[in-house]
Design a protein around this ligand. Sequence first.
Ligand SMILES: *Cc1c(COP(=O)(O)O)cnc(C)c1O
Length: 401
Amino acid sequence: MTLAEAVPADDHGHSEPAAPAQAAPAPQAEAVVDLDAIAHNVRILRDSARDAAMMAVVKADGYNHGAVPVARAALAAGASELGVTTVSEALTLRRAGIDAPVLAWLHTVDADFAPAIAAGVELGVSSPRHLAAVVAAARSVGTTAIVTIKVDTGLNRNGVAPDELAQVLVDLARAQAEGSVRLRGIFSHLAHADEPHHAWIDSQRDRLVGAIADAKRQGLVPEVVHLSNSAATLTRPDLRFDMVRPGIAIYGLSPVPELGQFGLRPAMTLRSRVALVKKVAAGEGVSYGHQWVAPRDTTVALLPFGYADGLPRSLSGRFEVQLGSERRPGIGRVCMDQVVVDLGPDGGGVREGDTAVFFGNGDLGEPNAQAWADELDTIHYEVVTGVRGRTVRSYVGGTGT
Ligand SMILES: *Cc1c(COP(=O)(O)O)cnc(C)c1O
């Protein structure tokens, strides 16, 4: 499921006479994506990549920021290729009119490769069975499939296992000779990229270099070799090969938080609007189970945003929002549809309709996605991809393409 997107004010998609001009109210909950931040982050990554090309990873609907607008912004800012997980994600980009090279790398063997081949989507192959399925689809479509070998160099997840690499190379050489496939690239993915000095990084590089040599012995010469995700792009310039393949850093989240922010700007701001302001007397409990009991007479604000929208229930009583000019604590249980924050005895001037920011780039004093991740004992990747439900996504910045 992808987030609903706000319809631009000038694009109602119908031709009835316009109603008297009246701005639509802002949605109850909104994920605002700053496309200028995306462009800024791409430029930072490009600087690190030096002369290597850059594939912008826009899988999982652009880490939940919207694959198509992010892809356009990234391409305009200097990325030259796009990476996604599935054929379906790749075809979404093609349907939007994006004709840059797109690589999709994770498939079941019975995936429908034909539309991808017809659309010129590059397919990552991870076994002789996957290659055979791609070759069969290419023959049926009557078009040469563009393939990239995903080599497993030690992550032991997706990718060609060491004991199957020779078979993949033999089959690929044969298929390339008959014209059903063309080898575009060879790539691999690191297990310890966020620990820049880990010995496994060098082992995986050496195994990748070995796989390229094996391919060359079969007469297979890749056009592009790539290994580096965001962390490696920013911390291990020696691993850039022909292209880097960052994801999370494009969205402005640091791939190695212990080493700082690398100048990246978080692109997503998650916010909600105050539905109700009310007084709660000292000794009254708030929300299910009365886990929070007012220690004094106070004023609270109700936000129509709950765990169905991506505010984890386990953050109950453990997060803050920026509301008015201050940080305010979330109190009591996070419910499916709503949560309460404490405004203090005087209410702090907060009014119904005001905007509360859960996380963003910090410009307003709000927390960032990393703060949630720390509290939840997870990573910010899971925080931003977990925004869902009734949240409406909208965009600021960008070139308007
Ligand atoms: C997700 C992914 C990336 C991007 O990783 P980040 O850590 O987000 O930069 C790169 N390559 C592969 C194969 C991936 O699955």
